[in-house]
Design a protein around this ligand. Structure first.
Ligand SMILES: [Zn+2]
Length: 464
């Protein structure tokens, strides 16, 4: 080197670096240089060290360095009731918890739930998420997300055909006004970590007009439209009737809402003809394996996710919610996505570990319309970086790092999380927050909420 050293704010050195760049290069002793919130260099440690002098240096000590995971579907406001629905309850009884939870949830509760969800995502190596939207205004959600330092698209719950009048969000016009207002107060700009998208309930809870107008709003503001679809067989039957013998995707094609800024969550019960239409229109799908395996909706039995990927559909991964998957961990979702389909079919491989890692990073970024900014460790992208500790048994011998990351790794090995160039978790400690204090407040609020609901927490075994 000539001796001229370039300035950087942060260097991450000596990692087994999975770049997820176009060639999918993996550096066995790799480094990243960060200036401000952007990556300015990626390469072998020797080259990056020779070229840059940084204010802060993190030695990854041989640990895996990866682009942060993208969790493409979460419900931030449901974590205070997480794990409370008993295994033996049939689907028809879910509302016995869900409805009083919704009605009694205060804004403070929703903020605590959001905090819990964000802490969990950071610890599991997620740096960007897509929230489905809650009961309260998006600004209060955004404030919590910004406190933690995560990146994410948020929304407010929206449906003009609600399941109960008491949870309604107004008629079609009121729903559209609600969505448009939020996009104005939380615009998607290059310098923000949190922005509003156009998210709605879907699954028969939104009128055709709301879907179409929502798509127009997303088109106009360069945002995505996001809703649930085809989770249960009943959901599919409903469209069949509504669209006079057409599938849901054929119906959406007729409405003109398919396209690369549409993200459909679940898509378990699908026909081959629908997969072809999704591929032809570059419509995105979010596969939430654990949301289905927890409640037995058929994701591995009937899901066509391997076919979607084979035909070029962009399939991302999502964790869903507190009483479906019960965890916000895209690494675990990737493990399930890569294993359950081959188990159900008795075929190898259906979705490989490598494809699962693409789903958890690049595909999530594409689905959210932010592939130009995140999803890989490349020069010019935002610095969203996760470093795993190498001092954990599951990482050894580590002869194939991608297989290790998807099959063996556990989130407890996530040591450092960097979002937008800022180190928010270092050595397993949150830099901005006192985590224990947050859990005390979260637990107290959850207890109070369930007392207000009059909900007797069911337990199969006696709790003394
Ligand atoms: Zn959901």
């Amino acid at each position: 080197m000539s001796g001229m050293s370039l300035p950087a704010d942060l260097l991450v050195l000596h990692g087994k670096l999975i770049s997820m760049d176009a060639q999918r290069r993996i550096y066995s002793d790799g480094a990243v240089a960060v200036q401000g919130n952007r990556i300015v260099a990626v390469g072998p440690s020797t080259e990056v060290v020779a070229a840059y002098t940084a204010k802060e240096t993190i030695d990854a000590r041989g640990g895996v360095v990866q682009p942060g995971f993208v969790d493409s579907h979460v419900h931030l406001s449901q974590h205070l009731g997480r794990g409370i629905i008993p295994d033996l309850w049939p689907e028809e009884r879910e509302h016995e918890h869900w409805l009083p939870y919704w009605l009694n949830l205060s804004e403070e509760d929703a903020e605590a739930s959001t905090m819990l969800a964000c802490l969990e995502m950071v610890r599991n190596g997620t740096t960007t998420f897509c929230d489905h939207g809650g009961k309260f205004c998006g600004e209060s959600t955004a404030a919590v997300v910004n406190r933690v330092g995560l990146r994410g698209m948020i929304s407010e719950i929206c449906w003009d055909i609600p399941p109960y009048p008491s949870v309604g969000t107004g008629d079609t016009d009121a729903c559209l006004q609600r969505l448009e207002r939020l996009t104005q107060v939380l615009p998607k700009r290059a310098d923000v970590r949190v922005w509003a998208g156009v998210s709605m309930a879907g699954m028969g809870r939104c009128s055709d007009r709301l879907l179409v107008e929502g798509k127009h709003l997303a088109d106009r503001l360069n945002l995505i439209l996001d809703f649930h679809q085809s989770f249960a067989s009943g959901d599919v039957a409903q469209y069949w009737k509504h669209a006079h013998g057409k599938t849901a995707i054929e119906h959406f094609a007729n409405l003109g809402i398919l396209g690369e800024n549409l993200q459909l969550v679940h898509m378990i019960h699908t026909e081959d003809s629908e997969v072809a239409l999704l591929a032809a229109t570059r419509t995105n799908v979010v596969h939430c394996p654990a949301a289905s395996t927890r409640v037995g909706r058929g994701v591995s039995r009937v899901g066509r996710f391997p076919e979607m990927l084979a035909q070029g559909v962009n399939v991302a991964l999502g964790s869903d919610s507190g009483n479906y998957s019960d965890f916000f961990d895209v690494g675990r979702q990737a493990y399930l996505a890569s294993t359950i389909h081959r188990e159900a079919r008795g075929l190898m491989p259906t979705i490989s570990a490598h494809e699962a890692l693409e789903m958890a990073t690049l595909n999530g970024a594409r689905s959210l319309g932010v592939l130009d900014a995140i999803g890989s460790l490349e020069v010019g992208k935002k610095a969203d970086i996760v470093i795993h500790s190498n001092c954990r048994p599951e990482w050894h011998p580590g002869l194939n790092v991608v297989n290790s990351l998807i099959y063996s790794a556990q989130s407890v090995a996530v040591d450092t999380v960097i979002v937008d160039g800022e180190v928010i978790l270092r050595g397993g400690q949150f830099r901005r927050l006192n985590e224990e204090e947050e859990y005390r407040r979260i637990d107290a609020l959850a207890q109070q909420l369930h007392r207000r609901m009059g909900f007797k927490i069911p337990s199969r075994w006696p709790v003394i």
